[in-house]
Design a protein around this ligand. Structure first.
Ligand SMILES: *[C@@H]1O[C@H](CO)[C@@H](O)[C@H](O)[C@H]1NC(C)=O
Ligand SMILES: *[C@@H]1O[C@H](CO)[C@@H](O)[C@H](O)[C@H]1NC(C)=O
Ligand SMILES: *[C@@H]1O[C@H](CO)[C@@H](O)[C@H](O)[C@H]1NC(C)=O
Ligand SMILES: *[C@@H]1O[C@H](CO)[C@@H](O)[C@H](O)[C@H]1NC(C)=O
Ligand SMILES: *[C@@H]1O[C@H](CO)[C@@H](O)[C@H](O)[C@H]1NC(C)=O
Ligand SMILES: *[C@@H]1O[C@H](CO)[C@@H](O)[C@H](O)[C@H]1NC(C)=O
Length: 434
């Protein structure tokens, strides 16, 4: 209630009473606050690469379209894995922020009150370098509130949910070595160079493979699977040549499927005739390539699941195997090339950012036949060659005889010659008598 005295010209005084109503919890059109929040997460891409992006910024604009709002605050709820760094405000000033809890931030706007029809710009910086990626999205809950009441119809724009998908972005590479890269097999090769297993008469060639998976980041690789494929048979229906002794992932950071070859020592018994052996000897000239990428190959697959790998961390897989050389002996190639392949596949949670590093590798090793014929084979070869030679000679002789090559008709030849001479002489005589 305000009273005003005005002295008008002429000395008359007028007393004017003005009555103003202050309303507690005023909700009428002209006195309720109307806070509005707008904002976005600032990031260059559409997702946040874990480990790759260090900080994110929340750019917010708060405006008050209603009456002055007392004790206006913006509250932020976020994951405990992100850390509040600081805030920036534009020229308006009047903003102050305080971290109430590790995951709860409170920013006061224009204390003691945010004036009607004003706008504040605020950006809040968070450190995301320690996100584990346990959750698939990073969520910020932001809401604005003041001590003034606000119409229910205008409350919807007082809260914001800002979220961004989290992605494990990795650049994996696989490398590998095989030892030895070539070996010689055959009957003339000393058996002591091979491995013999208990109660087995087979000679095995030991082979060691080492594959290494490297995560070049930027994120941690949550998990991966490495498939190793080894051509296991010479022919589609042949016996399995390989026997896996051991598979090992470095520091126990993974597991490989165990494959057992029920009959590691198979000696093929078929086609054991001497002719086959001789044939095999003569045809041992070609190069045979066994590659799992070619269709119709029977391959052995070792599947290893690897656990999480930090950035720049490498995990290696060692595979020790035995190759049954008895099966190779039956093959007619002089060089058998084995192409084994290793391929790394990421966990569903990770995305490969390719920079040209290979996710697949092929390791090649060669089995070389000693190429020396066995003693009895040489004897047989000489005998058969002799036999074939004599046969061909006889055949030719018979053929020529049948064609009459050996029956020369001397008399007819001599008579024919004589007749010719006679006619020549009579011709001479005729010429002379002329
Ligand atoms: C994140 O931090 C780096 C270095 O501290 C800085 O250069 C960059 O501008 C920050 N990013 C954002 C979005 O603020
Ligand atoms: C985000 O907020 C900062 C500080 O207020 C400002 O400099 C920048 O221009 C804003 N960026 C966008 C895209 O709004
Ligand atoms: C935000 O965090 C505060 C303090 O921990 C808590 O009281 C409030 O319920 C949280 N709000 C939401 C929406 O999670
Ligand atoms: C993941 O999300 C759940 C539910 O949204 C939440 O309770 C948990 O704290 C989050 N974990 C992290 C590490 O942010
Ligand atoms: C294979 O590895 C084992 C154990 O690491 C080793 O004893 C053996 O000599 C290796 N063999 C070859 C052919 O490298
Ligand atoms: C490997 O297998 C064992 C037993 O099956 C299991 O306890 C372990 O967690 C596995 N490790 C990995 C890295 O998968």
């Amino acid at each position: 209630l305000v009273s005003l005295f005005s002295r008008f010209p002429g000395g008359t005084s007028v007393l004017i009473w003005l009555l103003t109503w202050f309303e507690k919890n005023c909700l009428s059109e002209d006195c309720a606050a109307d806070l509005r929040l707008h904002g976005k997460l600032l990031l260059s891409g559409s997702h946040l690469a874990l480990g790759g992006v260090r900080n994110v910024s929340l750019n917010l604009t708060i405006s008050n379209a209603g009456d002055d709002a007392y004790d206006t605050n913006i509250y932020f709820n976020f994951s405990r894995e992100v850390h509040y760094i600081n805030f920036l405000q534009r020229e308006e000033k009047g903003i102050s922020c305080m971290l109430v809890e590790l995951d709860f931030l409170k920013c006061s706007i224009g204390f003691p009150f945010m004036r009607a029809q004003t706008k504040y710009h605020l950006s809040v910086l968070f450190d995301t370098s320690r996100l584990s990626g346990e959750n698939e999205t990073l969520l910020f809950l932001v809401h604005a509130r003041s001590a003034n009441p606000e119409h229910d119809s205008t409350l919807h724009d007082n809260t914001l949910e800002l979220s961004i998908p989290l992605v494990h972005e990795v650049d994996t590479a696989i490398t590998g070595v095989v030892s030895p890269t070539s070996f010689v097999y055959g009957n003339s090769v000393d058996r002591s160079r091979f491995v013999q297993l208990d109660d087995m008469e087979c000679s095995f060639q030991p082979l060691n493979f080492t594959f290494q998976v490297i995560n070049n980041g930027p994120s941690r690789l949550p998990g991966s699977t490495v498939d190793i494929r080894i051509p296991n048979r010479l022919a589609g229906n042949g016996a399995d040549m390989f026997h896996i002794i051991d598979t090992q992932v470095s520091e126990g950071r993974g597991n490989c499927t165990r494959h057992r070859n029920p009959k590691p020592c198979t000696i093929p018994q078929d086609k054991e005739s001497i002719f086959h052996t001789i044939f095999a000897f003569f045809t041992k000239s070609g190069r045979k390539v066994l590659d799992c990428d070619r269709p119709g190959r029977a391959c052995l697959t070792i599947s290893c699941s690897l656990s999480s790998q930090a950035k720049e961390e490498a995990t290696s897989i060692d595979v020790r195997m035995l190759l049954n050389t008895e099966i190779l002996q039956r093959d007619s190639s002089s060089v058998i090339q084995f192409v084994t392949r290793g391929h790394v596949q990421l966990d569903d949670r990770a995305v490969e950012v390719s920079t040209g590093l290979p996710e697949e590798i092929s390791l090649v090793f060669e089995a070389l036949h000693s190429q020396e014929p066995r003693g009895y084979v040489v004897g047989w070869i000489i005998a058969i060659s002799l036999l074939v030679g004599i046969l061909i000679f006889l055949l030719l002789a018979v053929l020529l005889w049948k064609m009459g090559f050996f029956r020369r008709h001397y008399r007819e030849i001599i008579e024919a010659e004589k007749n010719r001479k006679d006619s020549d002489e009579s011709w001479d005589w005729v010429q002379k008598s002329q």
